[in-house]
Design a protein around this ligand. Structure first.
Ligand code: NI
Ligand code: MN
Length: 227
């Protein structure tokens, strides 16, 4: 069975694998680019990388409607619990767990993570997923960090990296990240949602193709690929 990825836009992904639907970083109704809405998006599991609104603004609404299991760092899982979401699974950096859909390892991210209401969101995270025997890395919001070399040692079939600059790494550092991660395919994300993170993903893809072994795939919001 293959895994089907759909980029909903910005840092938001839908992942269909083995009959399960995962929703990563739900930013839908207030997103200028999202191709899904909170009142209809499918989710059996919701993964949240950190507490910024552009990664979790629809978390509570989607979790309430779907009953999906919320997988997040302990602080955000606890915060969701206080909002009445009982179906949560707290993790922390470096930890892995086998869920019904596959394995989740919570990886470090170099960023910040205060929730919109001011609650500390713990450390920001990324996710290394093992789905149907394939390794997929979602860097989420982060600066370049040297442990990406070690994340890449697993042999990545897919990676998605922010290229927007300003809030996360920009195109230059994301190119370096591809060299360290060595994924088979890489998709840029977290760019051009707003003017402050406007980037040309095709120019970046040209550099990736010239300087690395990875195959860059530029998606439009709503587009996807099969791993
Ligand atoms: Ni952020
Ligand atoms: Mn963000």
């Amino acid at each position: 069975m293959a895994t089907q990825l759909t980029w909903i836009g910005h840092g938001t992904w839908s992942i269909r694998t083995g009959g399960h639907t995962l929703l990563l970083d739900p930013f839908l109704d207030d997103s200028p680019v999202a191709t899904e809405k909170a009142n209809r998006v499918a989710a059996d599991f919701i993964l949240v990388s950190h507490g910024h609104f552009d990664h979790m603004s629809d978390l509570v609404a989607v979790a309430r409607r779907t009953g999906a299991l919320v997988i997040a760092i302990a602080e955000i899982a606890g915060w969701a619990g206080q909002k009445g979401i009982k179906n949560t699974h707290g993790m922390n950096l470096g930890g892995g767990y086998d869920f019904p859909f596959g394995r989740v390892k919570m990886t470090p991210a170099l960023h910040s993570s205060t929730l919109p209401d001011g609650t500390p969101g713990g450390n920001p995270a990324g996710f290394l997923l093992t789905l149907e025997g394939k390794h997929l890395y979602f860097a989420c919001d982060t600066a370049l960090f040297s442990e990406m070399r070690q994340i890449g040692d697993v042999g990545l079939d897919f990676a998605t990296l922010p290229i927007g600059d300003n809030y996360t790494m920009g195109p230059d550092d994301a190119l370096e990240a591809v060299k360290w991660l060595r994924p088979k395919r890489v998709v840029p994300m977290h760019y051009s949602t707003w003017e402050v993170i406007a980037q040309d993903p095709h120019a970046w893809a040209t550099r990736v193709r010239a300087e690395t072994e990875a195959e860059p795939v530029v998606l439009e919001p709503g587009g996807g690929l099969t791993i």
